[in-house]
Ligand binder design. Structure first.
Ligand code: AOF
Ligand code: ZN
Length: 367
């Protein structure tokens, strides 16, 4: 199972909207020694599932073999045919799966189908690791909304810019490279229009490797204030840009944004702002399984106030900015008493260059 998990990991950032899956077929040789006869991992949606690649490699040696896979084999025809039927036809004797597939079209039925065909099944080895590996898929397929990662960088005294708005750069180059690696692995990246006006970010993925992914760039802009000259509207940029707005946007601005090549979604408003639940629902339907929210403070404040954050990535830089009026990363209404503050769960702390990265989950399950 360890080997299956490691294989699955090789698909990281490339399988969306599908999960990462690795499969290992093991056969007991005449000498009693267990031997891997086939293995594979899911590369990308539309391509074969991990089990199918392992079966192809094993060929005749799949008969009587034991399969280790980090997710229950599927029993439905999606973009590809069901794995259960292929496993049954190949004569696999036993299937070990780390977790059931939360996809409502599978959800235990894959396992039941294997059992009904006389295949022994074992569920739950390395289950916690398997769930963590596919946290994005599990959330998206069950909640129908993207897994939201709130990311910010602050100075030691909790500021994201000086009182005059100078924000370049709070963190060092290593932390900034980490952000680009993150962008390479998510389906969407979101900022508020104030960030677009103040920083004019391109929001593209800039890494040395060649096959980078550029997530869908989303601007939250309830009134249509995105400057038509903004870098993220440059039609020459790789990837797509979406402006999420409300009925308050003037028709001619909406048209001008579309003429720049942007998609414009007019969404329901909530207190004059884009209703975030509606936005997330629409994004989920369009197979945006993960969303990196990069700020600024107003936007992060709204996501936290609405309880829509799944995971937090906070960089803390060894820098004192000072100033009562210097902005902080999470604004909005915030908590009244500390008991209501968002406390992270499963916290991990590590050093990235000279900065510290604190990661954690928001305990309350918001699915
Ligand atoms: C598996 N093995 O390697 C993966 C599985 O559209 P399809 O045919 O690719 O099916 C996608 C669904 O299949 C996905 O939502 C999830 O339930 C499951 N993914 N299952 O047995 C795999 N990637
Ligand atoms: Zn499958």
């Amino acid at each position: 199972m360890e080997r299956a998990l490691r294989l699955a990991e090789r698909g990281r950032g490339r399988t969306s909207p599908n999960p990462m899956v690795g499969a290992v077929l093991v056969q007991e040789g005449a000498d009693g020694v267990l031997k891997v006869v086939g293995e594979g991992f899911h590369h990308r949606a539309g391509e074969p599932h991990a089990e199918i690649l392992a079966l192809r490699q094993a060929d005749q040696r799949a008969r009587g073999a034991i399969l280790y896979v980090n997710l229950e084999p599927c029993c439905h025809a999606g973009r590809t045919p069901p794995c259960t039927q292929a496993l049954i036809a190949a004569g696999v004797a036993e299937v070990h799966m780390a977790m059931l597939d939360p996809n409502p079209r599978v959800a235990g039925r894959g396992r039941a189908e294997l059992e009904a065909a006389g295949i022994r099944t074992v569920l739950g080895e390395r289950e916690a690791r398997a769930r963590a590996l596919n946290e994005v898929f599990v959330h998206w397929i069950t909640a129908g909304r993207p897994f939201v990662i709130a990311k910010f960088a602050a100075s030691l005294d909790g500021k994201i810019a000086t009182r005059t708005g100078d924000a370049r750069w709070i963190t060092g180059p290593e932390a900034r490279r980490h952000t680009h690696r993150l962008r390479d692995q998510v389906d969407g990246i979101l900022v508020g229009v104030n960030t677009v006006i103040a920083d004019d970010p391109a929001l593209t993925t800039r890494l040395e490797q060649t096959n980078v992914r550029h997530p869908l760039r989303i601007v939250l802009d309830s009134a249509g204030r995105t400057p038509l000259t903004a870098r993220l509207l440059d039609p020459a940029l790789p990837g797509r840009t979406l402006v999420a707005t409300t009925g308050a946007i003037p028709a001619e601005i909406r048209q001008a944004l579309m003429d720049r090549g942007a998609q414009v979604w007019v969404l329901p408003a909530r207190k004059g702002r884009v209703d975030l639940e509606s936005l997330l629902g629409e994004l989920g339907q369009r197979e945006i399984t993960s969303l990196l929210v990069e700020g600024g403070g107003t936007v992060l404040g709204s996501f936290f106030d609405r309880g829509l954050v799944n995971k937090v990535l906070a960089f803390v830089a060894p820098l004192i900015v000072g100033g009562r009026d210097a902005p902080t990363p999470v604004q909005g209404a915030g908590a009244t008493c500390l008991a209501d503050a968002w406390r992270l769960d499963r916290v991990q702390i590590r050093q990235v260059g000279e900065d510290v990265l604190i990661e954690g989950y928001l305990g309350r399950e918001i699915a």
